[in-house]
Design a protein around this ligand. Structure first.
Ligand code: DP6
Length: 387
């Protein structure tokens, strides 16, 4: 019996992936760039165990057994086994089955790229178990496209690649997390009960119907990727922030250009955009950037020095219910009540209480990591989920 447990990070794209040129292999229309978030605050954790006693492959996700028949899941397992057959045929006998148990350390309801962290963690853990070495981001990509970027820490680029096989559609690191340690990410988890269209379906519809997507993927993104890499290398926050906001806006414009339109941002999301532009304008400089994925939550990028003022601003503009203060998870910070000289310039009033569920403050972090010790596993010695 062998048992391995790893954690893997969430990533937030600053140049968005939206649209596939190959649905089965999950090959994107354009390159994308993301930052990897610190696993201390947000991560997926996965244990995998292989044993001659197991009669079939099984998987438990966030406490519930799920079907192993999910094609993306089956594919990741198949591919790791295929690489292992060539690279490390003696590590785990081919006839052995695996039990997989995975959970997130943040609520799935937060709508935060949980599939990216989940698939990255699955592939990283399987690679460890089977002793597979080398780049496995192309395997994680086949679980969920954005998962390939969670295989590395820091600032990451997913290259669309040109090969039909997808062998060059992989993630590479632009710079490690230590390159820009002052960068902070504040996630605003927006209250929303609407069921959303999944990224997978949404982007299929965009590929089929949006003319803007074609323009974006071929005419806009290549130039933006170059500028974004430069901004990251030079730690040029103004450039980094402006490209991030423009790219988020263009992605949502493509979503609206889809027929029928895919609406991911809600009124609170738009109020956040408005607030950030007003705040930056009041300072006469870009101090904060927003980005939104396929849901209403905002991810704000800023430098560490701005965090107390920005959290104070969010508390002022989006008050918590019952006169309480917004719950802040992750890193902790002072909150500076905004001065009237600032709020006067914003030309807006605080919104009604309870528009946000909570905030998560984090920074850029490392890639997947193997956990050591007897008590780290989510599966017990017989291969059942630990109660
Ligand atoms: C808006 O990676 O979830 O978050 O490849 O179909 O699993 P599939 O889609 P997924 O899409 C993520 C889309 C996005 C932008 C991004 O993360 O780049």
């Amino acid at each position: 019996m062998t048992r391995v447990t790893c954690i893997a990070p969430v990533n937030i794209a600053v140049i968005k992936y939206w649209g596939k040129r190959n649905e089965t292999l999950i090959l994107p229309l354009n390159d994308s760039i993301s930052t990897t978030l610190c696993t201390h605050d947000l991560c997926a954790k996965t244990s995998v165990m292989a044993s001659p006693e197991f009669t079939e492959d099984r998987i438990w996700l966030n406490g519930r057994e799920e079907s192993i028949k999910n094609p993306r899941l089956k594919n990741c397992l198949l591919q790791i086994r295929r690489v292992a057959r060539d690279q490390t045929p003696n590590v785990i006998p081919e006839s052995w089955h695996v039990h997989i148990c995975s959970e997130n350390n943040f609520p799935t309801a937060a709508g935060l790229a949980s599939s990216a962290a989940g698939y990255a963690c699955l592939v990283a853990t399987l690679a460890q178990l089977y002793g597979v070495s080398g780049d496995v981001s192309a395997i994680a990509r086949q679980g969920s496209g954005s998962a390939c970027r969670s295989m590395l820490g820091g600032f990451v680029r997913w290259h669309k690649g040109v090969e039909e096989s997808g062998s060059d559609s992989i993630a590479t690191q632009i710079a490690p997390a230590s390159h820009w340690p002052e960068l902070r990410i504040l996630v605003l988890v927006v209250s929303d009960h609407k069921k959303k269209t999944s990224s997978t379906i949404g982007m299929q519809n965009s590929v089929a119907t949006s003319e803007l997507l074609n323009y974006r993927a071929h005419q806009v993104v290549p130039g933006r990727v170059k500028k974004m890499e430069k901004a990251i290398m030079e730690k040029d926050f103004t450039q980094f922030a402006e490209i991030t906001m423009r790219d988020s806006n263009q992605f949502h414009a493509v979503a609206l250009d889809t027929y029928p339109p895919a609406v991911y941002m809600n009124d609170t999301s738009h109020s956040i955009v408005n607030l950030i532009h007003k705040f930056n304008a009041a300072h006469g400089q870009i101090k904060v950037a927003y980005t939104f994925d396929a849901g209403p939550n905002a991810c704000l990028y800023m430098l560490e020095s701005e965090v107390p003022e920005v959290v104070g601003l969010i508390d002022w503009a989006f008050p918590a219910k019952d006169m309480k203060i917004n719950v802040l998870r992750g890193l902790q910070t002072e909150r500076n009540v905004p001065k009237e000289s600032l709020t006067g310039k914003l030309e807006m009033q605080p919104l009604s209480a309870g528009m946000l569920q909570y905030l998560i403050l984090t920074k850029v972090g490392d890639g997947p990591q193997k956990l050591e010790g007897d008590f780290v596993h989510l599966l017990d010695k017989s291969g059942q989920p630990v109660k």
